[in-house]
Structures are given as structure tokens and as C-alpha cells.
Design a binder for this molecule. Structure first.
Ligand code: HPA
Length: 279
């Protein structure tokens, strides 16, 4: 279990590396790390140097925290993330979000690669999360379990206004302006690392999931616990398979390749959305 001092120590280390004071945290999922290349005057800190920071072992997850300017805002962009399926605890997976809070970050934008469950979604679409279903979390695997440090957040966290309405409306308006297909939907969070069976995909669809992935929901829980504003986007990197005897299979290479279509679209959406953001 971490203590608050652990998050403070990591934040102090980052502050000693740059005078830039980020107000926005950006988490870049599979294949989306290159978005950090758009930050001006950036300082990249290898996360292996930050005390306590979990390192991803997954291909396509570059391990740096990049701090720089983006549309007049100072952003801390985490390239790649650690996942529960790598063997990290829920507390480890969400360590970076706690550190962002200690750095003074007020708004977190999370991105991920996800499989499309809604039959109308196509590869390359972006889905703005309007809500989520945290399947492992509901069953007792989540980072808020354990003693609660009241100085960091409330014991019981309301989750009915999780994905900030103002940010969603701003993102939808930007996407319309630029003719980018931006969906709004429900992200179904699972632990992985296996992709879903056809029966699981049909179950997820029946339960109201539009896209499925292996990250994000835990970070969102912690960000809300810490009182941060949250926005999240899924890049739809693959269709999911809902019938047995299909010849298709989902694989990680396809997930990374689709990132190339998604990064420019996501960059445009985030530029427009963050441009006018007030603290
Ligand atoms: N399922 C779960 N996680 C994923 C997928 C998927 O199809 N694609 C990218 N991440």
C-alpha cells in the first residue's frame, strides 16, 4: 500500500526536473504515445527514474512522462501505462494519477485503445466515454479498496457525473467542426490480457457496452476520488468478434497499427477541447 508521502515524493522529483507546472494530465494508451510529440518546449522524464512509478512491459507503451505546452496549457503526458494484467496492483496502476494530483493537475484526459462492440463502430473511430462499466471493479478489484486517506478523497465516491459534461460537449463541437467521427458511448472495462470470446462480446453488448478495453476505469475512479475533472477517449483499433467460427482474430499488432489513424484525429480533438479550458 502506498502512503500519501509516496505520491508527494514522486511529484517532488518531477518538479525538480522542470519548472513547468502542468494543470492537465494526459494518459496515452496503446499506439497513442506519439501524441506527446506535439507538446512544445517539452521535457521528457523516463518514468523508470521517478520513484514509485510503475513501468509498462507492453509493446507500444513508451515509458516517459512528457511535460510541455499544448494550446496554451501546460500538459503532463504519460506515454503508456501499467496494467493490472501485467501483475501490478490496482494501487500501482493508478499511482500516476495520484502523483498528477500532487503536481496540481486539475483535469485528466485518459486515452486508450479499445475494441468496438457497438456494431456501428469502425476501426479508426474515436469514442468519447460518456460512462463506463467497471466489471472487475464491481466485483471487488479496484484501487479504492483498503483504508481511506481522507486528505486525498472521500470514502464513498459518487460516480453519476464522472465524465465531465462541459469537456464532452466541447470535444463533440470540435469533432463536428473538423468532420471527425466522434462517437459517445459506454466503455466496458475488463482486466485482460486475453481478448474476449464471442459469447463475452454478446454479453458486453447486452449489458450496454459500446467498446471494450483493459485500462482506464481504475484511473478514472482514482481521479474522481481525488476530485479531478475527467475526460476519456477510446480509439477503436479493432472490431470485436461476436460469433464463433469466424475466421478473424483480434491481435495486438492491429491495435498498434490503428493508432496511426487515430493519433491525428485525437490530436485535433484534444487541441480544440483544451484550448479554451479554464482551471
Ligand atoms: N478487447 C479488449 N481490449 C482491447 C481490444 C479488444 O478488442 N482492443 C484494444 N484493446
Amino acid at each position: 500500500m502506498y502512503q500519501r508521502e509516496d505520491f508527494v515524493a514522486a511529484a517532488d522529483y518531477i518538479r525538480a526536473r522542470t519548472a513547468l507546472q502542468p494543470g492537465i494530465g494526459l494518459v496515452l494508451g496503446s499506439g497513442l504515445g506519439p501524441l506527446a510529440d506535439s507538446l512544445g518546449g517539452r521535457v521528457a522524464i523516463p518514468v523508470s527514474e521517478i520513484p514509485g512509478w510503475p513501468q509498462s512491459t507492453v509493446q507500444g507503451h513508451k515509458g516517459s512522462l512528457v511535460i510541455g505546452e499544448f494550446e496554451g496549457q501546460i500538459v503532463a503526458a504519460q506515454q503508456g501505462r501499467a496494467h493490472f494484467y501485467e501483475g501490478y496492483s490496482m494501487q500501482e496502476v493508478t499511482f500516476p494519477i495520484r502523483v498528477m494530483k500532487e503536481l496540481g493537475i486539475h483535469t485528466v484526459v485518459l486515452t486508450n485503445a479499445a475494441g468496438g462492440v457497438n456494431p456501428s463502430y469502425t476501426v479508426g473511430d474515436i469514442m468519447l466515454l460518456e460512462d463506463h462499466i467497471n466489471f472487475p471493479g464491481m466485483a471487488g478489484q479496484n484501487p479504492l479498496i483498503g483504508p481511506n486517506d481522507e486528505s486525498m478523497g472521500l470514502r464513498f465516491v459518487g460516480m453519476s457525473q464522472t465524465y465531465d459534461r462541459g469537456l464532452r460537449q466541447a470535444a463533440l463541437a470540435v469533432a463536428r467542426q473538423h468532420n471527425i467521427p466522434l462517437r459517445s458511448g459506454v466503455y466496458f472495462g475488463l482486466s485482460g490480457p486475453f481478448f474476449e470470446t464471442p459469447a463475452e462480446i454478446r454479453m458486453i453488448r447486452a449489458l450496454g457496452g459500446d467498446a471494450v478495453g483493459m485500462s482506464t476505469v481504475n484511473e478514472v475512479l482514482v481521479a474522481r476520488h481525488a476530485g479531478m475533472r475527467v475526460m476519456a477517449c477510446s480509439g477503436i483499433t479493432n472490431g470485436t468478434i461476436d460469433a464463433v467460427d469466424s475466421d478473424m482474430e483480434v491481435n495486438h499488432e492491429a491495435v498498434l497499427e490503428a493508432g496511426a489513424i487515430i493519433v491525428p484525429r485525437l490530436t485535433t480533438i484534444l487541441r480544440g477541447t483544451l484550448r479554451d479550458l479554464q482551471a
